[in-house]
Design a protein around this ligand. Structure first.
Ligand code: SAM
Length: 318
């Protein structure tokens, strides 16, 4: 059916993210010793502005994520929604920033692929086994559960099933919780993504939701981005919420979140630690600075908080 084709195109986007991250790390933009196990080869060369864009995305999200984990002294849980083949769990383990439990949700077929990679690659499975206290890991085709790491196959558009599965895998609504969605909400209709962020606001009293995705999509450059994805059968069903930073904030403000900030990636890029920015800008020559600016202006990070435990998480800044 059309829906199956559309969902399949959306599932395939996780490989784009992985190959771009693998290429950028091969050039030295940042370090990720685990991404090689999820992307078979370094692949085609990517343009320098793409690499810088991924650098800004990864650094920007990591700064907020790490700040939240530090504030809670790791006494928290993380839920990566639409996690794809993301490697954050292993980074946090290596940096001694592991939350009490790290959950990932993606479509069952994507979850199954990730679990297969983990099972067959010792550098991926070792940290999971090391942080697990008993002999028996729960492992089946579409889910993995250890003490500290959990992969769940579920459709994020079906909230009751998502909620049920997370509870089955011992989600604790009382713990401070960080929810993350990177290039995920844009593939659902606005009402579906509103339901998801509303569910999160209702479920947790102390939480931060970090969303990274497209913004300013109504201008000419934004239209071209939409058309490029459509050519690959990928519909940005949620593009209305990507019209402006205000529409990004509204989705959270109207669903029960207390405090919301949103910055376009051009601004985030200018706020990242500048010594490292100087370092990466020397890695590859960038001819067209304007192209990078345009690209960065069409992505944003939006973060929303609820803070019953008074972590002070409303004041996270770069
Ligand atoms: N967040 C990862 C990253 O940044 O590397 C992956 C990003 S990829 C562009 C989008 C991911 O969202 C895909 O893995 C896709 O399968 C997942 N996704 C999109 N819609 C979803 C849904 N309704 N339910 C579960 N996963 C979904």
């Amino acid at each position: 059916t059309d829906t199956d084709t559309a969902d399949e195109a959306v599932r395939a986007t996780c490989d784009d993210a992985t190959t771009c991250k693998r290429f950028a790390t091969s050039k030295g933009y940042w370090n990720d010793p685990y991404i090689q196990y999820f992307a078979r080869s370094v692949g085609e060369r990517k343009a320098p502005e793409i690499n810088r864009g991924y650098y800004a995305r990864v650094q920007g999200v990591n700064l907020l994520l790490d700040a939240f984990i530090r504030k809670t002294q790791c006494d928290c849980q993380v839920i990566n929604l639409g996690a794809g083949l993301d490697t954050t769990f292993w980074r946090l383990k290596d940096e001694n920033l592991m939350p009490r439990k790290f959950f990932e949700v993606d479509f069952p077929t994507v979850a199954a692929r990730k679990i297969h990679n983990i099972k067959t690659k010792p550098p991926l499975s070792k940290p999971i086994i090391e942080t697990h206290s008993t002999d028996s890991l729960l492992l089946d085709a579409h889910s993995l559960e250890s003490d500290r790491y959990c992969i769940i196959g579920a459709d994020l558009r079906d909230i009751s099933s998502l909620d049920e599965k997370l509870k089955k895998f011992h989600l604790n609504p009382e713990l401070p919780t960080l929810l993350l969605s990177e290039c995920v909400l844009v593939y659902m209709t606005s009402s579906q993504s509103c339901n998801l962020v509303h569910w999160a606001a209702e479920t947790f009293h102390t939480a931060m939701f970090i969303n990274y995705e497209q913004v300013n999509m109504s201008d000419r450059f934004g239209q071209v981005m939409v058309e490029n994805l459509q050519r690959r059968q990928c519909t940005l069903a949620g593009v209305e919420a990507c019209q402006s930073l205000d529409s990004q904030r509204d989705r959270f403000l109207k669903t029960g979140w207390e405090h919301v900030d949103a910055l376009d990636m051009m601004t985030v890029y200018s706020m990242l630690p500048q010594d490292d920015v100087t370092r990466i800008e020397r890695l590859e020559f960038l001819d067209e600075k304007e192209l990078l600016q345009q690209l960065l202006q069409h992505y944003c990070i939006c973060w929303a908080t609820k803070d019953k435990l008074n972590l002070g998480n409303a004041h996270f800044v770069f």
